[in-house]
Write a protein that binds this ligand. Structure first.
Ligand SMILES: *Cc1c(COP(=O)(O)O)cnc(C)c1O
Length: 396
């Protein structure tokens, strides 16, 4: 059997490659940070990590992880409800719900699991899930695992959302689901309007704050802070793998009874391992740190505002953004690849995105800002963009 299967895979892989869609991994030999070293020994400035608060290699988080390694050991060898819950896991859940102003929180190995395990235990055939068309893959997969009726609306299109809510009025319960920040454009979900429609059409709301937590809102509480909706949204999911230290781990936080039901029925929680003690301990330390001072959130906001304003001044076409994602629009896929390669030659690591990741004719470079970027590093990136932009005839 394997001979024929192998030739099937080989031809599929060749097709991926010839379509220019083959993903190669760049090997980093230093810790994650604003400046990284890649395997050929070259140092580059990193503008494509989700390291928004610059915490991926923060000394206080490293120290908290090292302490927990001594006091609580390396691994749990158990799911939570058998013998995989330490004091650290409960403390981290308490920190998460305190941070978001919610009743309770439940940890997962990743936000992919949080989203994969949130719908099926809560909703059934009689219910409706109304989902933004640009929601993250893990939300799409989670919805597929649930028997609820599915409705979809175009990205952030409130007229379409309203129509779908009207269409779903027969169902028992309605849940609107949206990403907080959409990762390709960096736009924020209009949660104020979504909430209004939810009230009008008797629905609940779920927001995935993976790209917005730590980033959006004055203190980084995410889109619920931006729109003054703290405590009003039924379900928030998020990751510890982006702004919050970047290691691993996800969570669902929100209404008490929802979290209680997830602890009983959510399959990735019941049938997958607990996060390691050192990750839990560093997470606790991280929430205390960003609660104590708003320095990192402020620096991220300053860096983003500075970078976006300068890029516009230089003459680039920048998508409106309310996050730490800056989409530099080039429209042409080949050009996006060439610009990313030229930027790397300039010592700046950025990634080009093109179809099918973004719509045809919408190719771009996605720049992600971090609190870890210094002003000289931002200026170095801006100067490189200016040079590459001129060399490629994008700027005149
Ligand atoms: C990154 C991301 C996830 C996945 O988070 P992990 O913890 O890495 O699994 C889920 N949802 C959204 C919106 C994301 O951006």
């Amino acid at each position: 059997m394997y001979d024929t299967f192998k030739s099937h895979l080989s031809s599929e892989l060749a097709a991926i490659e010839s379509a220019g869609l083959y993903k190669n991994e760049r090997i980093i030999v230093s810790p994650q940070g604003a400046a990284i070293r890649v395997s050929d020994g070259k140092e580059v400035l990193n503008f494509c990590a989700n390291n928004y608060l610059g915490l991926s290699n923060h000394p206080q988080l490293r120290a908290a992880a090292a302490r927990a390694l001594e006091t609580h050991g390396y691994g749990m060898s158990s799911v939570r409800f058998i013998c995989g819950t330490q004091d650290l896991h409960k403390e981290l859940e308490a920190e998460i719900s305190r941070f978001f102003g919610t009743d309770d929180a439940i940890l997962y190995a990743a936000c992919f699991d949080a989203n994969g395990g949130v719908f099926e235990p809560l909703l059934s055939e009689q219910d409706a899930i109304i989902s933004d068309a640009l929601n993250h893959a893990s939300i799409i997969d989670g919805v597929r695992l649930c028997k609820a009726q599915r409705y979809r609306y175009a990205n952030a299109d409130m007229a379409e959302l309203e129509k779908q809510l009207q269409a779903a009025q027969e169902q028992r319960f309605r849940l609107i689901v949206t990403d907080g920040v959409f990762s390709m454009d960096g736009n924020v979900a209009p949660l104020d309007k979504i909430y209004e429609l939810a009230v009008k059409y008797d629905a609940m709301v779920m927001v995935d704050e993976s790209h917005s937590a730590g980033v959006v809102g004055n203190t980084g509480r995410g889109v619920t802070e931006l729109y003054n909706l703290k405590g009003k949204i039924e379900i928030i999911t998020g990751t510890l793998g982006k702004a919050f230290g970047g290691a691993i781990g996800g969570f669902t936080t929100g209404k008490k009874e929802i979290i209680a039901m997830l602890r009983q029925r959510s399959r990735p929680y019941l049938f997958s391992n607990s996060i390691p003690p050192m990750v839990a301990a560093a997470g606790i330390q991280m929430f205390r740190m960003i609660d104590e001072t708003n320095e990192l959130q402020d620096r991220l906001h300053e860096n983003t505002a500075y970078f976006v304003a300068k890029m516009k001044e230089i003459g680039f076409d920048i998508k409106p953004t309310e996050s730490a994602i800056c989409a530099v629009m080039l429209y042409d896929a080949k050009l996006a690849q060439e610009v990313a390669a030229a930027m790397l030659d300039e010592g700046i690591y950025v990634i080009g995105f093109y179809y099918p990741v973004v719509p045809k004719g919408q190719a771009r470079i996605r720049v992600q800002l971090s609190a870890a970027h210094t002003r000289p590093q931002l200026d170095q990136c801006l100067a490189a963009f200016a040079r590459v932009g001129k060399a490629k005839g994008i700027l005149n």
